[in-house]
Each structure stands twice: as structure tokens, then as C-alpha cells.
Design a protein around this ligand. Sequence first.
Ligand code: FES
Length: 166
Amino acid sequence: MPESRELKFSDAALEEYRSLLTHYPTRQAALLPTLWIAQREFGWLSEEAQAYVSSLMELPPAHVRAVVSFYTMFHRKPVGRYLLDVCTNLSCRLRGADRIVECISDRLKIGVGETTADGKFTLGVVECLASCGTAPMLQLNQDAFYENLTPDSTLKLIDELTARER
Ligand code: FES
């Protein structure tokens, strides 16, 4: 059995966290950006990761848990290397978001909220990402938008991501 390792920020992340605190009036106000650091560091916000943030920030565990569960951008279970978040809000839905979700699901053989067995892709659905004029769209890993999607362009994107080197 592998030795369990205590979860903690890297030195660089700790430094970033300390610097962050200087920009906020209270620790509580710095919780969201600190959770971003934690998610980047740990990949997702497990119970252990949430407990670490709670202890680091001296905030009640229930408060940290409530914030993490409120925001869909925080992952409470592991996600794949490529997180495909399809917007299914009104404009996107009217312009075919359901077909986009369906074609990703069919190609990758996963449902919404699931991850492929190789850990490469997770399919999610999200609320409006303020790109309604280019609906339907999806967000990749919370940092890139793919817009005016069709089933063909979506499958092409998946093929490109699949082909990328690890
Ligand atoms: S409804 Fe999809 S980006 Fe606004």
C-alpha cells in the first residue's frame, strides 16, 4: 500500500497564497482565490483538500464546504485532463447545445459528469458563460472557449485533443 502523503501547498503556492492575503481585507474574502490555488495544486477539491484550506485559512470547515459546493467551477471529484463544459443555457440550447452534449457523450462513451476510463476527458454542462452571441459553445479546462459549435467541429476538437501528446 502506498505511503499516504500529507496534502499541502507547494512552496510557490504558499507564497502565492500569502501574497493574496495582502490584497483582501479578511481571510474569508480571500477564500475563492485560495480555493482556485488549491484546485490547481491538487487537481480537485477533495474533503482532505477542503480541510487543508480550512486549516490554512483558519476558517470553519462548514464554510469552506458550503462555498465549494455552491460554485460549479470547483470540482468535488477528480476530473479528466480535458474538461469539456458545454453551456446548456437558453441561447446555446436553442442553437443545438443538446446535440453537442450528445455527440461528445456518444464519441467518448461517457455521460454528463463522467470521466473516460483513461482519465483524459470529463464531460460537464454549465450555465451561461456569456458567449451567447456565438452559441452553442463549450469551455475547455476553464480557460478556452470553442464557439459556434456543430457536431462536426466538436468531434474535430475531440480528435485534436485525443491526438495531443501527454
Ligand atoms: S447561453 Fe450559452 S453562453 Fe450564454
